[in-house]
Design a protein around this ligand. Sequence first.
Ligand code: ADP
Length: 278
Amino acid sequence: MSEQVEFRNVSFRYQEDAPRVLKNVNFSINRGEWVAVIGHNGSGKSTIAKLMNGLLFAEAGEVRVSGEVIGEENIWEIRKRVGMVFQNPDNQFVGTTVRDDVAFGMENRGIPREEMLQKVPESLEAVQMGAYEEHEPHRLSGGQKQRVAIAGVLAVAPDYMIMDEATAMLDPKGRHEILETVRKVQQASDLTLITITHDLNEIVAADRVLVMNEGEVWFEGTPREVFAYKEDLSRIGLDVPLVAKLTEELRKQGIDLEEEPLNHEEMVEELWNLHSKM
Ligand code: ADP
């Protein structure tokens, strides 16, 4: 079965008399896919992440992971398969060295020592942190910390990795590097990746995007399809990237680009294409 995460008519509220923060949400994610979940603050993204690994339970509807409905009886099993990386890397460290940190999650799972000795360097290598085993985690840069956190998740070999605003505290360069890293790791390991963000620049490399608005799935499609919505995106509280704004301005001036560019390089490419046809 290729459908790995499935939300079927899922609704959720935090308190009985509070309004629902998820309203009849339906979507599915396939094995090995990278799905970006984007939406304004408070649109329900983190709630979705918490429902996926059993930190919360659906009030109505079903959340399925690998075909199993998540419930009290299987959450520990499910959590082994669903790894999470959060926004603030400092809250995720416990060890005095990078190596201890990556090993910590494995120790918790009772993974044999020989396997740990092999997996720790392997996981650090996968995120280009192989040279930092002996380093103290708190001395690393924000981007390096997040890579170590990702290595910790990879070391226990989950089927799914959820990154909840995991690049939000990094500068643009750090952000780009992390997204490149996870892309490589995801392709090499058949990992199903779910990234949660409020920044449209971060959806560019995903296979598919779920756009959330006020607790509902507002749109589901490729990054290019999402970028084409522009004005609607700013209406639902998302900052439209410069490239998308420029495309819109050109269109208003009667200059229609053939394909919706996702970044500066593609924009330049499209403009050259137009130029050569003139
Ligand atoms: P996002 O991740 O998109 O910012 P969340 O899923 O965190 O959105 O929140 C969705 C809604 O649920 C928001 O209105 C938020 O205020 C509310 N909410 C989130 N966590 C709690 C909580 N622990 N108790 C009560 N309300 C909450």
